[in-house]
Design a protein. Structure first.
Lengths: 315, 326
């Protein structure tokens, strides 16, 4: 009697958890789905609140009723059209920023990875003189920063204001990611290094021939983190590129579009479907800006999960 | 005598020589990263002095005259250079920013901190492995969206005229919820979106900690007839407590701060005073109104309080016998 009751209870519990998780999935996916649906819908259908999670078109048929009035008959069948995408992809401002952000993300990720390795690898040598001081100096910056205005004033002195380099240089090394890299290096058995050193290999050769080839998973993780940070970042552009809109990364351009600073609506103001049209174009811009990352991250899940875990281990 | 000293010196030199020969590549590698930290992290710290100086960003910081002193204890003591801090303290928008920042931090800690722990406990109990993996992948997704994109999603969802959420509850005959323009609803939305963005991602650490729990403990609990909830409460939670404590200390270290992009992206004219958190205040009054000395003082105030909270929490945790950060 008792065991069966227990088993039954456990099963119900399992299904309750599954239900909760389905709710969570819906919560994550539905907001994104709304935007995708609006980007593919007819502006008229958006304005008339017919679009929730499925893209809809708007068909208008006119007829004249018995009293001689023109009657508009609207139907909203399910369907897609790509006008919003042709609008946003035809927007030279948006497209230039998209290309620039892609290049920028690539460059700054590569440089950041190189700098992070160059920082983390020497700090794995216990016998390196000055290692402690350098480590403390680096870790201190995690807990105390100069603040926005002092940084702004320095960039002014260094001529980095309105200079595209300001989007690359200050983000070279993330201390958190450097710690992950170092912990991964420390996990590589010393015997590998020692046997290479017996054969006369110097530290640089050991790094190139042994450590780096073993580090592809963690390099992929860090690369993803740096790339996501750069692709999604806009605070630096807002602070430091005020006079150089031509260098604005995609998030900054998107911010201006969503705030209504940059109009994306190709129609005349006052036209009937203006509101819906600009909403559709904004939605398309959002989709274009988020798709690259959403396509990449699931493939790297195994790696970043272990990377984050490495960062959390105390030591 | 003389020769032997030279000989010893030579050995030392030789040792130093072979040390350098062995390790010079490592120092060369470190050159660029160290230069990076010195230039981009330490050099700007000199400009923190502006917090104690008059508002002048034309002259080199060393030549700018000090700010006036502040009299305390009815003029018994004058603390030099503190007038900027006195001025911001008497500046109503600053007080509002402190209040708002603390309010959002309390909500984020109160609701956002436990959320991933609960989710991790539930995910751990999920029996269907494939479904679990898919759930995890999807729950990580919001972490990869920028605040700008999330603000776009929020407008599409919550716009009173055409937002999906309000259309749906409208079709049920309910009044639209003014998530974007009514201050209280807006605060709820900002906190909710914060949880939405981070809850899945933050389970990663807790799930890793849970996998290292000794399975014998669960078996023992099961033998004792402990229900699922009791096992969560009496086995899993105590086992991952060190991780929870460390993450809580780190979270406390951000109490006097806020994510600039989050508030920049989500704010609008109707809620402008609610969205006035410290980083926004620094941006508006520093860059917008050119009160560089004030904004520097605010930044310093914010950083010092965060550092103090972090260290304080760490000390308390250690006193209570837990594992601290170091």
């Amino acid at each position: 009697m008792k065991p069966t009751r227990k088993l039954k209870g456990a099963k119900i519990g399992d299904w309750i958890i599954v239900l909760i998780m389905l709710g969570l999935i819906a919560l994550c996916v539905l907001p994104v789905l709304t935007v995708v649906a609006s980007s593919l819908s007819d502006p008229g259908a958006i304005v008339r609140q017919r679009v929730s999670f499925i893209p809809r078109l708007e068909n208008v048929t006119e007829s004249i009723d018995a009293a001689g009035y023109v009657v508009m008959d609207r139907t909203f069948p399910i369907g897609v059209h790509f006008e919003a995408y042709t609008d946003i992809l035809g927007n030279s401002n948006f497209m230039r920023s998209l290309a620039w952000t892609a290049i920028l993300t690539l460059i700054s990720t590569l440089f950041s990875l190189a700098m992070t390795v160059m920082c983390a690898y020497p700090l794995t040598y216990d016998e390196l003189k000055g290692r402690k001081i350098i480590t403390v100096m680096i870790l201190f910056t995690m807990f105390f920063q100069a603040g926005a205005i002092p940084t702004f004033l320095l960039y002014d002195q260094l001529n980095l204001l309105d200079n595209p380099l300001v989007l690359i240089l200050p983000g070279f090394v993330s201390v958190f990611l450097m710690i992950i890299m170092r912990r991964f290096f420390l996990g590589i058995p010393d015997s590998l290094r020692e046997s290479a050193e017996m054969d006369g290999a110097g530290p640089f050769t050991v790094l190139r021939k042994i450590y780096l080839p073993l580090s592809t998973p963690v390099l992929a993780t860090l690369g993803l983190m740096y790339a996501v940070g750069r692709w999604n970042g806009m605070a630096d552009a807002l602070w430091f590129l005020r006079g150089a809109p031509e260098w604005h990364p995609i998030q900054m351009v998107l911010f201006n579009i969503l705030q209504g600073v940059t109009p994306v609506d190709p129609l005349d103001p006052g036209s009937v479907s203006t509101a819906g049209r600009s909403e559709a174009v904004q939605a398309a811009a959002i989709v274009v800006a988020m798709v690259p990352i959403l396509c990449v991250y699931p493939w790297l899940q195994k790696y970043f999960v272990s990377g984050v875990t490495l960062g959390a281990v105390k030591g | 005598m003389c020769a032997s000293v030279n000989w010893k010196g030579l050995i030392l030199l030789n040792k130093a020589g072979s040390y350098i020969q062995r390790y010079w590549t490592l120092y060369v590698m470190l050159l660029l990263p160290i230069a990076f930290f010195l230039i981009f992290r330490y050099w700007p710290m000199i400009n923190i002095l502006l917090a104690f100086k008059r508002n002048n960003i034309i002259d080199p910081i060393m030549q700018v005259p000090w700010a006036e002193g502040v009299e305390i204890f009815d003029g018994a003591i004058t603390v030099p250079g503190m007038s900027n801090f006195q001025q911001i303290w008497n500046h109503p928008p600053f007080r509002l920013a402190v209040r708002n920042t603390l309010m959002f931090s309390v909500f984020d800690l109160g609701f956002g901190f436990p959320a991933p722990i609960i989710l991790a406990l539930l995910l751990n109990e999920l029996k269907f492995k494939k479904f679990k993996r898919v759930t995890q992948t999807i729950s990580y997704m919001p972490h990869f969206l920028s605040w700008i994109i999330i603000s776009g999603l929020a407008i599409r969802l919550f716009s009173p005229s055409s937002g999906t959420f309000n259309s749906i509850i409208g079709s049920w005959g309910m009044e639209p919820v003014q998530f974007l323009s009514a201050p209280n609803q807006w605060v709820g939305m900002v906190v909710g979106l914060g949880i939405w963005r981070s809850v899945g991602w933050n389970t990663i650490i807790y799930l890793a900690a849970i996998t290292s729990v000794n399975p014998e403990l669960y078996e023992a609990a099961e033998v004792d007839g402990a229900s699922r909830l009791r096992r969560m409460w009496h086995v899993t939670l105590p086992c991952i407590r060190p991780v929870i404590v460390i993450l809580f200390i780190l979270a406390l270290g951000g109490t006097m701060g806020a994510d600039f992009e989050r508030f920049m992206a989500l704010r609008n004219h109707a809620v402008i005073s609610m969205a006035n958190v410290l980083p926004i205040y620094v941006f508006e009054w520093g860059l917008g109104n050119l009160r560089f000395h004030w904004a520097t003082a605010v930044g310093l105030f914010q950083n010092l309080i965060n550092l103090f909270l972090l260290l304080g929490a760490n000390v308390i945790v250690k006193k209570l016998g837990g594992q601290g950060l170091w």
